[in-house]
Design a protein around this ligand. Sequence first.
Ligand code: PHE
Length: 463
Amino acid sequence: MKTGERANFGSKIGIVLASAGSAVGLGNIWRFPCETGENGGAAFLLVYLLCVLVLGVPIMIAEFLIGRHSHANTASAYKILSPGTPWRWVGRMGVLAGFLILSYYAVVAGWTLDYTVQAVANRFNVMAASDPTGQVFTEYFARFVADPWWPVVYLALFLLMTHLVIVKGVEKGIERSSKILMPVLFLILVVLVFCSLSMPGAAAGMEFLLKPDFSKVDSRVVLSAMGQAFFSMSLGMGCLCTYASYFRSDANLAKTALSVGLIDTCVAVMAGLIIFPTVFSVASLTPEAGPSLVFIALPNIFQAAFGGVPVLAYLFSVMFYVLLVVASLTSTISLHEVVTAYLSETYHLSRAKAARLVTAGCLVLGCLCSLSMGVFKEYTVFGMNFFDLFDYVTAKLMLPLGGMLIAFFAGWVLDRRIVWGEVTNEGSIRFRGFQLFIFILKFVAPVGIGLVFLNELGLFRWL
Ligand code: PHE
């Protein structure tokens, strides 16, 4: 790279894989099956798909075009596109959201490292053998997250892994790692789906996920599906805006957004196809197990479901937790990049120095989040420990608010010629449905997300 020239992704496939890497994460493999289980299965899935298409993809295109047109980190992007206006605060809020999300997301990512180690050491098998009731898994999880040392060690390790990719730069770090990690992720997913579908509960699991019962669709399901689509596609904080600032001018923004939306949805559905057949294969479990599904129910399920063939139970567990590590890593990389790019470009720091600041800051905040489940349990804000507070403030408040403002900005504020120029690459490619796209940005997205937002704030108890 010449001095003064901005880094770029080297290839179109690199662009899709890096963006999909950001989108695919704990949100797909952990949060999606939880939400689907709690919201009635297939009916939720259908509403979710609608949200991805109608809301997610257009907002992703909006983030892409803001990033690529400004060629800057997300905070500077608004300063460049709308100088001297308060819009720059939307970008700054995104950077702050990225920093806070990374701090607690890396804690959960750290847990996936521990679970991988336990799976490799075949500890889940030993646990299952020692206690047929499965209580041992609940106790293990509770003890582990409250421990003052191990979760912090794994948090530090995960941040270090992320850091090492970031300092290598956009093309050699982010793009190259995505090109390796995403195919690995896909391969593991396919093997796991195949195994899962050969289990006795496969038919019941498939039916739960794929046969909709429309009587289950109510406003709560619709609002949860919107929120989930949003988090899962990494929208609302300029993550994809930052990545798009490294896109080349010939990248097709709409096509990329569609591909990323498709990959993200496929991974979520595949995670469902892994988890539900397994859940339905164990008599004592129901899909409504909630957030503990991945860390308490699943290690137990794997043993119970494949108990007759210990090798399969072992391989399934190891692959599943490696899958979680890989998916989390590509997402933490994208979160780290948002803050690193902002610091290095705004304060003229070297990339390495900016990355060190981000990693150190996240380590401090991450420790606080991790310890808030153990030694700092007594310290709460609005009745929430630090971990829950970070999750609430970012995923439930900052992301919807950011998404709403991004859609509003692209629909109402940004010069229409800029929008047109970006989505058609200055007229060289076709973009069908431009009017519809603008209509969604102007009206559907701000109103739709506004509803999710108000719901999260608890203002819709009457709905
Ligand atoms: N989309 C990621 C996931 O599904 C989470 C994420 C949210 C990443 C926001 C970046 C920005 O896990």
